[in-house]
Write a protein of this length. Sequence first.
Length: 457
Amino acid sequence: MVARTATLHSLDELIAAEERAFVDRQPRSGALHARAVRSLAGGVTSNWQISRPQPVFLERGEGSRIWDVDGNEYVDLHGGYGAGLAGHAHPAVVEAVRRQVARGTHFAQPNEDAVAVAENLARRFGLPTWRFMNSGTEATMDAVHLMRAATGRDLMVKIEGGYHGHHDSVQVSVMPEADEVGPAGRPHSVPSSSGVPSAISALTLVAPFNDLDSLAAILDEHAGEVAGLILEPIMMNAGIIHPDPGYLAGVKELLHAHGALLTFDEVKTGLTVGPGGVTALSGVEPDLVCLAKAIGGGLIAAAVGGSAELMEDVADGTYEMVGTFNGNPLSMAATRAMLEQVATPDAYARLATLAGRVREELSSTIAAHGLTAHVVSAGAKGCVTFSPAPVRDYRDFLELDDRFNHLHFLVQHNGGVFLPPWGKTEQWLISVQHDEADMDRFLANFERFAAGVAAAA
């Protein structure tokens, strides 16, 4: 996947050397993991924390930096899988939480901050009515349930390769293998985990991203049976895949013509691509939008916003959207601080400057070393895709060689920049507390990576 293709042997040698360095510089993480496997399943608190060559145990974070238990400092571009737009210990979030924790941490009753947050989200995303929950999985689960409740239909459609949390209806074709996917125009509904009954998987139909004809065929074949579709308006479970011009508007038009509903899963894109997410950037207003990750400023928070008509089904109890910790006062205090004091116009201007510099200099380095790769970005998020042409859907993504992304992760990590460890699937996130010096370190590491790959070719 480079202009002078690196051999399996030489590329794997580079990876092996970086993995040895990775383990050698983190003996205490290794020891903690060995201890943890005796009491934590897999030695971690989520399967997404199991990474090669070993999990990294972190101790603290401040501003744009984090420190592991071995004392190594990193520029944090991992960002908690997209939750860290505020960076670490942002003063506005710290003060909001400090003030609220002294007043009480849980009431299971509404509070004024929740009203202010709902009003702010309504202005940003253009949808008037909101409810809160505690994770992206809960948000997308409620959205799917609400679409079914409002239409009286059972079938759902999702996009092949899209991730929407770990409830049954969306644990379908998240990352299927090439021998499982089925025909390109009509992907199979492949269960993405054990424990998901086949009867439930069969209720979720799968369409390719950026393919209106395939979606139209599904809707025609199941006329009057489809409740709605959930999609990431910019796919972020497969690197970053942008929608073709007119695609999102076309999806909405097709669904509404068949009496079905549209949900944008903006859990990852939310505030990170802009103040009103892809919803505001695209000008396409879905029936429902799901938010989580970045909105809480590092605390647990999620939300579903919808049209007044659709959310009336929640208000009158047609669909019960419930949860003991929904709108928790700590979460609402942090979210209000995030929206009013952190995710500001000035912050987005700074993020645009930093992201623009990263795109330009990475592209120059790629060209200078003859790599067959390109930079893809969306607001504060970005990735390097090792292919000559843009990736338009999951089938294109399957063709990418993940070794390049894994090597890049290792080089950055050993050079003091923490990226997500899941190779070609993930993106970096620039926070509002990053600065030019942080980007200098990231770019210098990429130069070392590119030179090493070119030399090994």
